[in-house]
Design a protein around this ligand. Structure first.
Ligand code: F0G
Length: 483
């Protein structure tokens, strides 16, 4: 086992549909024989679980610096003719220690495909906190409720764990341009990592349907940002055509490097739990890359005997964007009917999820469940996570809303340990939060009449004269009326 020079281990691609094992994937990361997606497999894995765990923990305490290019002369080996060479990989770190070791993704590189170290673009991603959700736990009626907050990544969403790895693969391929279709977080993350790796980025987002926070990130990180008059699924269609015509590297989660990087969230979670598996892990479902990644990590850790039992992985969708829920519940997972999606949780406003077959496999293999939750249930759950002092963006809150339903159905039992994967930071979508607390999130929508149930969670700002007496009266009022 190499600890410094090698980033990752031997692997090859395999199609999840027809088992084809091509040497490389095409520009659109679809199998040329059957059109399905690829995944990485690792035929040569033989690890001693105890020494692997010790190695990973040891790396975490290293002081390596998180910049691009430790090794001088790290030029991209494979120039894609018309796009030229990237100039990253030339600056040498002056800080001793392996810069990859501090990353919560690259630290686990034994379970990732090999990418030469000089191509690694890292910002010290991963290493995200695990919080006990005390008041949410009481409300839901489970004692051991935790949140793994992936919103605490460098660009404030879980996307960074996949993006560090997949953008490095673009760098290795010598690409000058990377691109994605996005509901906002992928684009923010991609734009940042492209900038760190001296690559250009092209973002396709649905016009008017992403939060300002996310849009502002991709602008600031220097992406060419195109707001298309369509939805996320429409952006994906255009991008798929584009990558067949132009030498740009696709960074959506159909790219199997994204999935590999995102696996590490589950590995790190299990490490934080002392390698004792929780009973349940609950994730939001949009394009279904994240559930696929976490499921893959769980199965691989189980196979490698890093954990002795599998947690159940459950996937929650918004009612207005529920193609996977319907696939499982109505069609037994035999097919997925694309739909026109609509939800205020714009991150998961997706009607044709690319990775649904991978997610289905994870669901089945771990014995998890699917649920759907309403707009008001999402808003309530988000405020409850906020009231625990943690906070998250709307799409992440479907996890708590879904847990309530799984608990009510008896699928989750009071004594069981549950981990919610919070995918994005509260500040990603402040508009949603402010409207909710002011009481006008649902004004003029069909949900308006259900919204009264969320009233007790609302904390509208109080506008007062600059007068001490008025502030004291507000304080006294809150004291006598704490809810
Ligand atoms: N939560 C957040 C905050 C997201 O941004 C996304 C997806 C999801 C959950 C769903 O994850 O797609 O892997 O099932 N956002 C993508 C984007 C689609 O473009 O930012 P998934």
């Amino acid at each position: 086992m190499s600890t410094t020079q090698t980033a990752g281990t031997e692997s090859h691609l395999r199609c999840i549909g027809c088992d084809a094992t091509p040497d490389s994937a095409g520009q659109d990361f679809r199998c040329t024989q059957c059109g399905d997606l690829f995944e990485f497999v690792f035929p040569a894995w033989t690890f001693d679980p105890t020494s692997l765990k010790a190695l990973w923990l040891n790396r975490r305490t290293s002081f390596g610096q998180s910049s691009v290019g430790q090794s001088p002369g790290g030029q991209s080996p494979v120039g894609r003719t018309s796009v030229g060479q990237s100039s990253a990989g030339k600056s040498a770190s002056k800080v001793p220690g392996n810069r990859l070791d501090r990353s919560g993704v690259w630290r686990f590189r034994e379970l990732l495909p090999h990418i030469p170290e000089e191509h690694a673009i890292t910002m010290g991603e991963g290493n995200t906190p695990l919080y006990h959700l005390q008041s949410c736990a009481r409300k839901v009626g489970v004692e051991n409720l935790y949140a793994k907050h992936q919103g605490m990544n460098p660009t404030a969403s879980f996307k960074d764990t996949g993006m560090t790895f997949a953008s490095s693969s673009a760098h290795q391929g010598g690409f000058r341009w990377v691109a994605c279709a996005s509901t906002g977080n992928t684009s923010a993350s991609m734009a940042a990592y492209a900038a760190r790796g001296n690559m250009h980025s092209l973002v396709l987002i649905p016009e008017g349907k992403i939060s300002w926070g996310k849009l502002s990130q991709s602008l600031d990180y220097g992406a060419l940002t195109c707001q298309l008059r369509t939805d996320f699924d429409g952006c994906v269609r255009i991008l798929n055509e584009l990558v067949r015509q132009k030498p740009v590297y696709l960074l959506n989660s159909v790219n199997p490097y994204r999935i590999e990087g995102q696996k590490t969230a589950a590995i790190e979670l299990l490490e934080q739990l002392g390698w004792e598996a929780p009973d349940h892990i609950i994730v939001p479902g949009g394009n279904l890359g994240n559930s696929s990644a976490i499921g893959k990590a769980l199965l691989e850790m189980h196979e490698l005997k890093l954990i002795s039992r599998l947690p159940k992985l459950s996937i929650i969708q918004a009612e207005g964007a529920n193609p996977f829920y319907r696939s499982v519940r109505e069609f037994g997972g035999t097919k997925l009917e694309p739909m026109t999606a609509d939800t205020l949780a714009t991150a998961i406003r997706i009607g044709n999820p690319a990775s649904w077959k991978k997610a289905l496999r994870a669901l089945r293999a771990t014995g998890g469940e699917v649920e759907q939750v309403s707009e008001v249930e999402i808003a309530e759950a988000k405020a409850e996570i906020g009231a625990d002092g943690i906070g998250c963006e709307p799409a992440s809150a479907v996890t708590l809303a879904g847990l309530k339903k799984l608990r009510a159905r008896g699928f989750v039992k009071p004594g069981e340990m549950v981990v919610l994967i919070l995918t994005g930071h509260l500040l990603k979508d402040p508009d949603f939060t402010i409207k909710f607390h002011r009481g006008d999130l649902f004004t003029g929508t069909p949900e308006e009449r259900h919204a009264v149930q969320a009233k007790s969670l609302q904390r509208a700002p109080i506008v007062l004269d600059a007068d001490l007496g008025a502030v004291i009266a507000a304080l006294d009022g809150a004291e006598t009326n704490p809810e």
